[in-house]
Ligand binder design. Structure first.
Ligand SMILES: Cc1cc2nc3c(=O)[nH]c(=O)nc-3n(C[C@H](O)[C@H](O)[C@H](O)COP(=O)(O)O)c2cc1C
Length: 385
């Protein structure tokens, strides 16, 4: 009988056995074991792993020379059928334990293929940073040649105090299911711009340093045909939907668009696109805001004037219209130096504009008042039709 497929999880939390990260990993276990796969959790807190000193020798040799527990964990990860990187958020990022381990895996990040295997990231915070950190762990998986089939992220302040525990458990089931299917069926997740950017960056970096520090990486990329293109690298081909001739569909669509455009030009402006009239405005503010649209520039081309409206009643607001250089513009609030101030209840101004009330009569009756250059009041009708 062949050995069962194995999923290895690396947990960066110091809370071994009882922490929230550990609890989330245990949420994945039942599905994994039900699929007859072995599930092992490696707790970095139980391991001796020194800091990366940045010597770069791993790039030349293919592995780190520092002798501690890092090497055996990497061996297990490379042999596993699926991998999980899990960490709580410590100051907006993974824990120091996880980061130290990842730094020591630099060599894996330069030889991502064919280490290609499905992976999952797991992350928990007290309430700030689990989404970004989960995404970070997913992109680390990418640099190691794994592809992320899902991320389980949750919030939990104290041990076991998950926000929406049931939802976290359900998500755990989904994440485990997708990981299992990817392992069993050799599924891929669709490549994304992040895969593409990583590929472009890494291939150019390694080619640039192929004679020096990245000689070993360069050989690896050559041997595995990784330079042959992105599709070769991601092991997925670009393909059209079978039986569909997109060229033909596109050509027919272009012809249709041309004919429709020609037709529209022949018919002139569309029906229903008529100009707005004062009857269309239900509020006084809307009416005054739209007055510039009805401005008849030719009626007084040299006029420079500022009309201020102080509206009360059903609507209370102040706005002003500025007329200069054949243009009329609307502005909220009072003007600095208005030439004419019109003080009116909203309903009176609407009624005057709609022709339901005679403007002059209403002024004489004191329904609204005006202060300043009253000649401008008389000019309103000519200016706005
Ligand atoms: C040093 C330290 C830093 C932390 N930083 C954050 C943080 O930036 N954002 C946050 O939401 N929680 C933060 N936390 C809280 C943990 O992420 C949270 O308690 C988590 O559930 C612990 O998971 P664990 O039990 O698996 O270790 C921090 C906790 C510690 C000890």
């Amino acid at each position: 009988m062949s050995a069962p497929r194995t999923i290895i999880a690396v947990n960066g939390s110091p809370h071994v056995g009882f922490g929230n990260t550990a609890l989330m990993l245990e949420m994945l276990r039942p599905s994994i074991e039900a699929a007859a796969m072995a599930f092992e959790v490696i707790n970095l807190a139980d391991k001796e792993i020194s800091y990366c000193i940045g010597c770069g020798l791993c790039l030349e040799k293919g592995r780190c020379w520092i002798n501690d527990d890092q090497a055996s964990i990497v061996r297990q990860l490379l042999q596993a059928d699926g991998v999980i990187l899990a960490s709580p958020v410590y100051f907006h990022q993974v824990t120091a334990q996880m980061k130290t381990f990842l730094d020591r895996c630099l060599a894996l990040g330069h030889k991502p293929r064919p280490a290609w295997k499905p992976g999952v990231s797991v992350c928990v915070s007290a309430g700030w940073g689990e989404t970004a950190t989960g995404h970070y762990l997913a992109s680390v998986l990418r640099t190691f040649g794994a592809f992320n089939t899902g991320t389980l992220a949750a919030m939990a302040a104290g041990p076991g105090e998950f926000t929406g525990r049931e939802a976290v458990e359900q998500k755990a089931e989904d994440v485990a299911r997708d990981l299992i299917r990817a392992v069993q069926e050799g599924r891929r997740v669709p490549a994304t711009d992040e895969d593409f950017q990583y590929y472009l960056f890494m291939s150019s970096l390694i080619q640039k340093h192929q004679q020096s520090i990245m000689r070993h990486d360069h050989q690896h990329w050559q041997e595995h045909g990784l330079y042959d293109g992105f599709e070769q690298y991601i092991q997925q081909e670009t393909a059209q939907t079978p039986g569909t001739d997109y060229d033909e569909i596109r050509q027919a669509w272009i012809e249709e668009q041309k004919a429709a455009l020609k037709n529209r030009k022949k018919q002139g402006p569309e029906k229903g696109s008529k100009k707005q009239t004062v009857q269309d405005f239900s509020s006084c503010e809307d009416l005054i805001r739209n007055m510039p649209n009805g401005f008849l520039a030719d009626s007084s081309p040299d006029l420079r004037a500022v009309y201020e409206f102080e509206v009360s009643g059903a609507e209370a607001f102040t706005a002003h219209l500025r007329i200069a250089d054949g243009n009329c513009t609307y502005h909220e609030g009072p003007a600095r130096e208005p030439d004419l101030v019109i003080r009116t209840p909203a309903e009176i101004w609407l009624a005057v504009a709609r022709g339901e009330l005679d403007g002059q009569q209403a002024f004489i009756k004191g329904d609204y008042t005006a202060e300043g250059d009253l000649g401008l009041l008389m000019q309103l009708k000519t200016l706005f039709g």
